[in-house]
Write a new protein. Structure first.
Length: 276
């Protein structure tokens, strides 16, 4: 009982205090007395000084939010710009492919690289064109830059291409300037050579080798590579001249399959199949 009476008395005191404070505030804010007005102004100044740090904090928070939004937008614009740049490069590449196809005298089937097969040294790629598009076994494969390789397997809509990387076949070539004939072969990683040339052959660094058209695989006149050595070197297979292919095997995306519709069938013998 005593506790209940004490709590009720305490509540009454707080209630009276709250009412008194409320009335004082009402009189303070609505009174027209000059003294009260001065007190009201002093209180407003004090509240303003007290609230200023919180106002500055709110401004900092707003600035931070705006910074986050601007940074996010900048990232979006960067991604869009990169995508646009990639699209421009792809468009230029495809336009170059189309222009080359229109200028070429060869019957070309365009295709895209969809996979790289086996270890890097195998040099095998899979393309999205096959028998139904006119691709055949032993069809030559090239880009506008130069010779890539030949088709070694084909299904209805895809084909497997063995590039000049890691190949076990030779390509009959002619040096454009001197018209000397030789065989282009892959010797090892990053190493190609022309062999079968006579001693003292008129070969210079920068000479371009093109396919000779011998056999039924590679049509005549496809640029195959450029001579990189000023003099020959001696290997177990004889005297050879170093050569760098003109096709960029590491960045192949679009290629052409050369179709010689009336010149050979898919079961004809390749140009050369012996190992180096």
């Amino acid at each position: 009982m005593r506790t209940s009476r004490y709590q009720r008395s305490l509540f009454q005191e707080w209630l009276v205090l709250a009412i008194a404070v409320g009335l004082s505030l009402i009189l303070l804010f609505f009174s027209k007395n000059s003294g009260v007005a001065n007190v009201r102004n002093d209180m407003a100044d004090a509240v303003s000084v007290f609230a200023r740090p919180f106002s500055n904090l709110a401004s900092i928070v707003n600035i931070w939010h705006e910074y986050d939004e601007m940074r996010g937008r900048a990232m979006e614009l960067s991604i869009e710009n990169e995508a646009l740049h990639d699209a421009i490069i792809e468009n230029e590449r495809l336009r170059a492919m189309l222009d080359f196809k229109q200028r070429s005298q060869l019957d070309l089937i365009p295709a895209s690289v969809i996979a790289r097969v086996g270890p890097g040294v195998s040099g095998r790629i899979r393309i999205n064109a096959g028998l139904l598009e006119g691709v055949k076994i032993n069809s030559a494969v090239m880009t506008p830059h130069g010779l890539v390789g030949k088709v070694i397997e084909a299904s209805d809509h895809t084909a497997l291409v063995q590039t000049l990387v890691g190949n076990n076949f030779g390509v009959s070539v002619i040096i454009e300037r001197s018209r000397l004939s030789g065989i282009l072969r892959w010797i090892g990683p990053g190493d190609w050579a022309i062999l079968g040339l006579p001693s003292g052959a008129d070969i210079k660094r920068g000479d371009v080798a093109v396919t000779s058209g011998a056999g039924s695989v590679f049509p005549k006149g496809i640029r195959a590579g450029i001579v990189t050595s000023p003099s020959p070197r001696q290997l177990r297979m004889g005297q050879v001249w170093s050569l760098a292919p003109l096709a960029h095997f590491g960045t192949l995306e679009e290629i052409f399959v050369v179709v010689q519709r009336d010149s050979f069938t898919s079961d004809e013998k390749p140009e050369e199949t012996t190992s180096p």
